[in-house]
Design a protein around this ligand. Structure first.
Ligand SMILES: Cc1cc2nc3c(=O)[nH]c(=O)nc-3n(C[C@H](O)[C@H](O)[C@H](O)COP(=O)(O)OP(=O)(O)OC[C@H]3O[C@@H](n4cnc5c(N)ncnc54)[C@H](O)[C@@H]3O)c2cc1C
Length: 424
């Protein structure tokens, strides 16, 4: 694996044979989550395909020329031409591997696969998800000396890790950078003695058998499972969204706002996230246009006041985006005025979408505990779900208030309840 700069691009990539190129940034949790997958695959495929990394912040012109507008972005080249679709954001190891397999012969794929052997590991408790809820459960279980593993497809921290500043977590007089809280919570959980399996692909979860398959190789068998998988941003599901995801459409201001220095940005949404993140984006962008379907923002009053009085922020109430198209460097967002039905186009350099969250339950397939009508898991006061030995904590649960403090409280309760069951 090698780090290159734009100057070496011609020789190393265009004349480099089979190449995978990772555009990464600093302060980018998804980039850090991809790094260990990239390294592991370099060990497996390194003799057939060249693994290169390039720092996007210092090679912005090349990134723009190649249409790279979010981090991380993985590009695949063969004989100077881009092959396979590029990958962005929360990238799975299996998605990279699928593309690499297509770049080499069937015999070479078989040879690589034969070097990977499957195995089983046993634990008393497996925690799925390393946000504040999962990390807190980990701290308590580790301190109770219960054999525990914490599994996350990303790096630990959850939303806390990508929140710019957290002002309401008790114990700090000044607002804290979210990534610092995530770092300390994660170190505390590790220090308590639990195992971490992070930045892995979770291939499948069988809640009835209590088996979790990781990276298609390792089967984890646990006596009890704690679900702490949180939520993901809702997509808009309109034309152009999937196509331009990572190429002008982003869901993470912490990751991508820094690339919109002195640029025009559109933010879709009017809830807490849209309001807070718009304020953060103004640190970089020249203008921020918020497109919100209703005629009122739904967020904490101070943040609303700050947005309404901000000189860089313009709000289009009563408008709904209908499609996205890229024209050269610009993103064209078609919006409809919901009252007059008039359709117009917003020209910007990039779009951020913050239109609420959905529960992360897809990985459980059919074997899902009882959930409410929005897909959030129902628990009792010990955080037990309707399935034996399956607990749920944090934002994934059916509840009224979703905050770091409420997630941390859930993690505490589940861990104490489990400790009592195991140790008594
Ligand atoms: C933009 C924004 C700003 C916020 N600001 C604040 C704030 O200032 N103060 C505050 O108190 N709260 C804030 N919140 C809310 C707070 O971040 C959440 O309530 C809290 O992070 C929930 O913790 P959690 O552990 O339940 O879930 P999350 O933080 O969502 O963590 C879930 C974890 O599960 C992992 N995961 C996902 N799928 C799987 C899977 N299949 N298997 C295993 N792991 C999986 C994810 O990678 C993630 O690490 C904010 C939220 C957002 C979106």
């Amino acid at each position: 694996m090698k780090e290159i700069t734009a100057v070496e691009f011609e020789q190393e990539v265009l004349q480099g044979g089979k190449v995978i190129l990772d555009f990464y940034s600093s302060e980018c949790p998804p980039c850090e989550a991809v790094a260990p997958k990239f390294e592991a695959l370099a060990t497996l495929y390194g003799k057939k395909i060249k693994f290169l990394k390039i720092f996007r912040q210092q090679n912005r012109v090349l990134a723009t020329e190649l249409g790279v507008s979010s981090s991380p972005t993985l590009l695949f080249f063969d004989a100077g031409k881009q092959v396979a679709t590029s990958l962005h954001g929360g990238i799975k190891k299996a998605e990279i591997q699928e593309r690499l397999d297509k770049m080499i012969s069937a015999e070479e794929v078989t040879e690589i696969k034969s070097n990977q052997k499957s195995f089983v590991t046993e634990y008393d408790v497996a925690i799925l998800g390393g946000g504040p809820a999962g990390l807190t459960a980990g701290i308590y279980l580790g301190q109770a000396k219960i054999n525990t593993v914490l599994i996350d497809p990303a790096l630990p921290g959850g939303y806390m890790g990508i929140t710019h500043k957290v002002s309401n977590y008790p114990g700090f007089t000044e607002p804290q950078p979210g990534f610092m809280l995530a770092h300390f919570m994660s170190e505390q959980a590790k220090g308590s003695g639990i195992d971490f399996k992070v930045a892995v692909d979770i291939s499948s979860v069988d809640l009835k058998k209590k088996e979790i398959l990781i990276d298609q190789l390792e089967t984890i068998r646990a006596g009890k499972i704690i679900i702490a998988t949180g939520t993901s941003p809702n997509p808009m599901n309109i034309p152009g969204e999937k196509e331009y995801q990572g190429k002008g459409i982003s869901y993470c201001a912490t990751c991508d706002a820094k690339y919109y220095e002195d640029k025009d940005v559109v933010v879709i949404g009017g809830g807490n996230s849209a309001v807070e993140e718009s304020l953060y984006i103004t640190k970089f962008a020249k203008t921020v246009t918020i497109v919100h379907r209703s005629d009122k923002l739904r967020a904490n009053e101070i943040a609303i006041e700050n947005v309404l009085s901000h000189p860089k922020i313009n709000i289009l109430f009563g408008h709904q985006p209908r499609s996205f198209v890229r024209q050269g460097e610009k993103m064209m967002t078609t919006i409809e005025n919901l009252k007059s039905k008039e359709v117009s186009t917003l020209v910007s350099d990039g779009v951020f979408v913050f239109i609420g969250l959905k529960s992360n339950v897809e990985v459980f397939g059919e074997s899902l505990p009882e959930a409410d009508k929005w897909g959030y898991l129902i628990t009792d006061e010990d955080m037990k779900t309707s399935m034996p030995d399956v607990f749920a904590i944090g934002d994934i649960t059916s509840k009224k208030y979703r905050q770091i403090t409420t997630a941390v409280a859930d993690g505490t309760i589940a861990a104490i309840a489990i400790s009592k069951e195991i140790l008594n």
